[in-house]
Design a binder for this molecule. Structure first.
Ligand SMILES: Cc1ncc(C[n+]2csc(CCOP(=O)(O)OP(=O)(O)O)c2C)c(N)n1
Length: 352
């Protein structure tokens, strides 16, 4: 068997940090990780107390998702990065600058939810000014959709790249294969950073039930895509690996497949109870151990940071509870551009 594009770099990526990050950056990463965790735990409590219909989110993925958000070249248009994310990406979005209150608005389905006007589940972002493409509830479609911005950025040139994220179980669906095929065509390779955050679970199916023996990242080999597996529970490892993968995609204008091994700390979603799961690695206390050992932060700092975000999330919730729900009259808003939605005849069953 002959191999085309045989230049594939080893899958084995960093599992332990070999390089240090400046202390202020480590503090910033820790701060955002805690912000993400406090936010998610607030959302879970909202779900359990009837203040939101459904919860799904990213507790356990902060060590990877926060560095990703900090490294994204944020802006609008082809010179900036496009993010096609899935529903566990709160750490990334917070690191990009999303305020806690807006996420609570989406959880409570208020008209003030800036991403979907109270129409979609929480953690489904859509931010035009930062190239954050709508998160979809059907899983994996983002791997097909991202080809569009990848092609546009290939034609445009420059340094902007497309970033797509999704879970491990979803890679069994056709969209993931589509992404590998379309991003790696010879002479037409696309500048896409293909990320899989592997928490070893579908909803209730285990990794072993869905996948063959080889790791997900190994699938990149068949397409000549440079691929790597990293310990996504370590923020220093994640930062360095994402930075390197991004810079490769920016310069070479070719795809890169990054598989990050992460945890799922509250199960799949509110549908599975959203209760704490023991036995998984929790990236926050793990990072705390590192920060203490290096003398960067101590127990009282951890406590203060947590309290700061507990207070912010509580104040935000109080505000959100005063805000209006979407007007039923607005149900067809944003369905078509240029207000064409106004011309849609209302179905008989929907009384105006
Ligand atoms: C196309 C489609 N099929 C099935 C589902 C139901 N579903 C929602 S999440 C999920 C599991 C996804 O697991 P994985 O891709 O590993 O991501 P994770 O939730 O673990 O991050 C499934 C099957 C869906 N939302 N969309």
């Amino acid at each position: 068997m002959t191999t085309r594009n045989a230049k594939v770099v080893s899958l084995k990526g960093p599992q332990k940090a070999t390089q240090e990050l400046p202390a202020p950056l480590q503090i910033k990463i820790y701060d955002l990780m805690v912000k993400g965790r406090v936010l998610e735990e607030r959302l879970i409590r909202m779900g359990k107390s009837g203040l939101g219909f459904f919860w799904i989110g990213g507790p356990g993925e902060e060590a990877f998702n926060v560095p990703l958000g900090l490294l994204i070249k944020k802006g609008e248009g082809l010179d900036y990065d496009y993010l096609h994310s899935h529903y566990r990406q709160s750490g990334t979005l917070l690191a990009m600058g999303v305020p806690i209150i807006d996420v609570l608005r989406q959880m409570h389905s208020t008209a003030t939810d800036p991403y979907t006007g109270g129409r979609n589940f929480v953690n489904h972002y859509s931010i035009k000014k930062w190239n954050v493409v709508n998160t979809t509830t059907p899983i994996e479609v983002q791997y097909s959709v991202c080809i569009g911005t990848g092609v546009a950025q290939k034609r445009h040139g420059g340094e902007g790249i497309t970033i797509v994220t999704g879970g491990d179980a979803g890679t069994a669906e056709g969209d993931f294969g589509t992404c590998l095929t379309w991003s790696s065509r010879k002479g037409n390779e696309l500048p896409i950073l293909i990320i899989v955050t592997n928490n070893q679970w579908g909803i209730s199916t285990t990794y072993e039930e869905v996948h063959c023996e080889k790791p997900i990242a190994a699938r990149g080999e068949a397409f000549g895509i440079r691929s790597e597996i990293i310990n996504g529970n370590d923020p220093i490892v994640s930062y360095a690996a994402i930075e390197e993968a991004m810079s490769t995609v920016r310069k070479e204008r070719k795809p890169f497949l990054l598989e990050a091994r992460v945890s799922r700390l509250y199960g799949h979603s509110s549908a599975s109870g959203a209760n704490w799961v023991s036995g998984e690695v929790d990236c926050i206390p793990e990072f705390e151990k590192q920060l203490k050992q290096k003398g960067i932060l101590q127990d009282e700092d951890f406590k203060k940071i947590k309290e700061k975000y507990e207070q912010e999330s509580l104040d935000s919730l109080k505000q959100v509870l005063k805000e209006p729900k979407p007007d039923p009259e607005s149900i067809f808003d944003h369905v078509f551009v240029d207000g064409k939605d106004a011309q849609i005849p209302w179905p008989r069953w929907l009384k105006r």
